[in-house]
Design a protein around this ligand. Structure first.
Ligand SMILES: Nc1ncnc2c1ncn2[C@@H]1O[C@H](COP(=O)(O)OP(=O)(O)OP(=O)(O)O)[C@@H](O)[C@H]1O
Ligand SMILES: [Mg+2]
Length: 240
């Protein structure tokens, strides 16, 4: 078994965190489990993915690709350097057996005193201030070359005064080094949870003065979402 901890200076902290996991609160279970761990008077979010808990379809990726912990750590740092609000990334680890990632973990600061965008918009889906800060952030991310691949509201948090937007869960993100091309922007925007009329408001903020492309985006994204829903319900009924 090979253990890699980055930064190497965090190796001791890694063992301490591992021993605290069982006392931690589970924020989200499944193939990847997210824990809230209290560590030396700090609150940390610890995200652990174990090969044994993954679905068969995702295991192949693990054999060949860089680990999820590594990708998340690298991506959070990229976003931080580009000036986006992200939790402080602290460390990641990989445990490999015969070169295969058996377990990978990622640790970052736990965002306290924030409100999930999902909660705010479930009360008022057309909250203009929130849709505006979301759209502006999506636009800035795309202009800066970040293809997010997971723009669901569960990955965004607001400060109490709703002036700051924080981004989490960026292991799938790809930094393209160039402004994100139009077709990939649509790909990203079609993951956004809003339906009409909130979607059109969001698109207007995203595209600014360009009402033509805003209308087109809203229609296109709605069609993509409808298709995805149909596909989901069919596969659910057929239990594929
Ligand atoms: N740094 C953090 N601060 C506060 N809460 C967090 C943090 N990281 C994760 N969480 C909580 O845990 C939940 C799940 O985290 P996350 O979105 O990273 O996992 P996920 O969507 O299951 O990830 P993946 O899609 O990569 O499997 C979040 O919705 C949030 O409530
Ligand atoms: Mg998420």
């Amino acid at each position: 078994m090979g253990l890699l901890v980055y930064p190497e200076s965090s190796r001791k902290i890694f063992y301490e965190i591992k021993s605290l996991i069982n006392e931690g609160e589970v924020l989200k279970g499944g193939g990847t489990t997210v824990y809230l761990v209290r560590f030396r008077s700090r609150k940390l979010s610890v995200k652990i993915t174990k090969l044994s808990r993954l679905k068969k379809s995702s295991t192949l990726l693990y054999l060949v690709g860089p680990s999820k912990g590594y990708r998340e750590f690298k991506n959070v740092r990229l976003l931080k350097h580009a000036g986006f609000n992200v939790p402080e990334p602290l460390m990641y680890w990989e445990i490999r057996k015969h070169g295969v990632v058996e377990e990978t973990g990622f640790v970052e600061e736990y965002l306290d005193d924030v409100v999930p965008v999902r909660d705010v918009l479930s009360v008022n889906s057309t909250d203009k201030d929130v849709l505006k800060i979301l759209a502006n952030t999506f636009r800035r991310l795309h202009d800066a070359g970040f293809f997010m691949r997971d723009l669901t509201f569960g990955n965004f948090f607001l400060s109490q005064d709703h002036r700051m937007l924080y981004i989490i869960d960026v292991s799938r993100m790809v930094y393209l080094h160039i402004s994100v091309p139009l077709f990939l922007r649509f790909e990203d925007l079609s993951k956004v949870d809003s339906d009409e009329p909130a979607l059109s408001i969001l698109m207007d903020f995203y595209w600014g003065e360009d009402r033509g492309i805003s209308r087109f985006s809203a229609n296109y994204v709605m069609k993509r979402k409808q298709l995805r829903r149909i596909r989901k319900s069919v596969t659910h009924k057929l239990k594929i």
